[in-house]
Design a binder for this molecule. Structure first.
Ligand code: ADP
Ligand code: ADP
Length: 229
């Protein structure tokens, strides 16, 4: 599903040039759950931004489902993004002015789903995440664990092929963190590919494989469980 080869990304600020990704290469198969680890500054956020089609690499190749997307402009990236990707962030990134229902409904509005079908699909996913009873509440009225469930619901309501998670348990206590990891594992078992950036060795153990980065490069890979297609 994902094949990156010699990916490069630079940031130039005043006269300093930072190499954020330095010829990074790896593949992720459809249905896999991969964790990406590494110290702060090693390029994980930069990588997620590129994999999430939010940013364009400066060099190398990025095949998404067999199509070269390196060099795509923002319009083409946005189009691919809204139909194929779901994002889960450390800080939940919910919209405070919208209810739980409205937050989860947003991706369906962006992709032009009709209101009746929107209602059905939002309720189905809220039910699955165990937060149906909170659908009329606003994010600030919920616990961190509940907010992350809403964020996961929003990420999956469009049935994306790939979920990108950035420290999804970073703001949660261990019990809520484990619940979120269980939700991600369930989604992966149902066929969704997941790439997760994490600092937590505990959370990384939920994945099939850990990619470890340093200075914009891959240093090692640990296979935790055999992934069979
Ligand atoms: P993490 O906690 O995941 O390691 P960082 O703190 O490295 O994340 O980065 C958070 C965000 O800040 C990222 O989206 C990244 O693009 C941006 N960022 C990181 N370093 C810099 C920098 N030196 N200048 C500007 N933006 C940066
Ligand atoms: P990580 O997420 O692993 O902490 P990042 O991808 O945020 O790493 O950053 C990789 C490198 O690129 C770091 O040296 C960081 O300071 C730099 N960087 C990231 N974003 C920016 C930016 N917007 N401007 C300048 N430097 C950046």
């Amino acid at each position: 599903m994902i094949k990156i080869k010699d990916l490069e990304k630079y940031y130039a600020t005043e006269d300093v040039k930072t190499i954020a990704l330095n010829k990074l290469s790896f593949e992720v198969k459809e249905g896999e759950f991969v964790a990406v680890m590494g110290p702060s500054g090693c390029g994980k956020s930069t990588l997620l931004n590129i994999l999430g089609l939010l940013d364009d690499p400066d060099g190398g190749s990025f095949l998404f489902n067999g199509t070269e997307v390196a060099g795509y402009n923002e319009r083409k990236r946005a189009n691919l993004r809204k139909h194929n990707l779901g994002f889960v962030f450390q800080s939940f990134n919910l919209i405070d002015e919208l209810t739980v229902f409205e937050n989860v409904e947003l991706p369906l509005i962006y992709t032009g789903v009709k209101p009746a079908e929107r209602k059905q699909r939002v309720e189905e996913v809220l039910e699955k995440m165990g937060i149906m009873h909170r659908r009329k509440h606003f994010p600030q009225q919920l616990s961190g664990g509940q907010q992350q469930r809403v964020a996961v619901a929003r990420a999956v309501v469009n049935h994306p092929k790939l979920i990108l998670a950035d420290e999804p348990t970073g703001n949660l206590d261990s019990s809520n963190g484990n619940d979120v990891m269980d939700l991600l594992t369930e989604l992966n078992s149902a066929g969704t590919t997941i790439i997760m950036v994490t600092h937590s060795e505990h959370d990384a153990k939920y994945s099939h494989r850990i990619i470890r980065m340093l200075d914009g490069q891959k240093v090692t890979e640990n296979i935790l469980s055999e992934f069979t297609h």
